[in-house]
Design a protein around this ligand. Structure first.
Ligand SMILES: [Zn+2]
Ligand SMILES: [Zn+2]
Length: 240
């Protein structure tokens, strides 16, 4: 069994990473990966989101790298932000036309202007149990809405930044062929969540979410959780 692709990693264009694109690609080649997706934070991520001008130049850089390194396929992706209950993402038409791969995830504090309610409930649910149910309801609505109304390749770390109803999310993901990530850096999907999602006809991916070069292709924690949950390896999209 081996990892053939990693669909979640950040470059210096995300505020929380210093990775250079070429260093990422060299590391991925060293690991024998066939394909990677470069997935910086969407522009609405507070402080860490990619700037639109960098996104456009990244497209050009990736095109050049694909010529320079024909042994690997490098995709331009994005880790778009799920902005609120309507499931809207922070990708405009122009960005969409440049993308090869779309990840989407919920991140705390992205574009507070768009939907303050979702952030309020998630903050409160951290301190008060009584907000848990409401948080699950709102987060699930946002994630399911995002899956159904966009073309998303993979939902990143489902449940990591706010509680969700995993069954509802897995059902929606199955209907659209959207992968659910078993993220190596965050603990989600967790073992119990994988067990629930497995009941639906959904596929999974194990990804690093690397913010440092040495973490690219690192999915040991993800695989541990997948196998503890009893997930068969045929259901993991990016292993062979
Ligand atoms: Zn994330
Ligand atoms: Zn990420």
């Amino acid at each position: 069994m081996r990892l053939i692709a990693d669909y979640h990693m950040h470059t210096k264009y995300s505020g929380d990473s210093k990775n250079e694109l070429e260093a990422i690609i060299r590391k991925a080649i060293e690991l024998n990966l066939k394909e990677i997706a470069i997935t910086d934070h969407g522009p609405a991520h507070s402080g860490y989101g990619i700037k639109k001008e960098n996104f456009k130049s990244l497209r050009k850089e990736i095109d050049e790298m694909n010529i320079k390194y024909p042994q690997i396929r490098v995709l331009l992706g994005l880790e778009a932000n799920i902005l609120g209950k309507d499931g809207r993402l922070d990708i405009d038409e122009e960005m969409l036309s440049l993308l090869d791969w779309v990840n989407a995830g919920y991140h705390f504090g992205s574009n507070l202007k768009h939907d303050l309610g979702i952030h309020f409930v998630n903050v409160m649910s951290r301190f008060f149990k009584s907000y848990q149910k409401k948080a699950v309801e709102i987060n699930t609505k946002a994630m399911v809405g995002a899956i159904l109304s966009n073309k998303i390749n993979m939902i990143t770390h489902p449940g990591a930044k706010g509680p969700i109803d995993v069954a509802e999310v897995a059902k929606a993901a199955a209907s659209k062929g959207t992968l659910l990530e078993i993220n190596n850096s965050h603990g989600h999907l967790a073992v119990e969540e994988i067990k629930i999602a497995m009941n639906f006809d959904v596929k999974f991916a194990v990804c690093s979410d690397a913010h440092e070069i040495e973490n690219i292709g690192k999915v040991d924690h993800s695989l541990d959780r997948a196998f503890i949950a009893g997930l068969s390896k045929e259901r993991i999209f990016n292993i062979e």
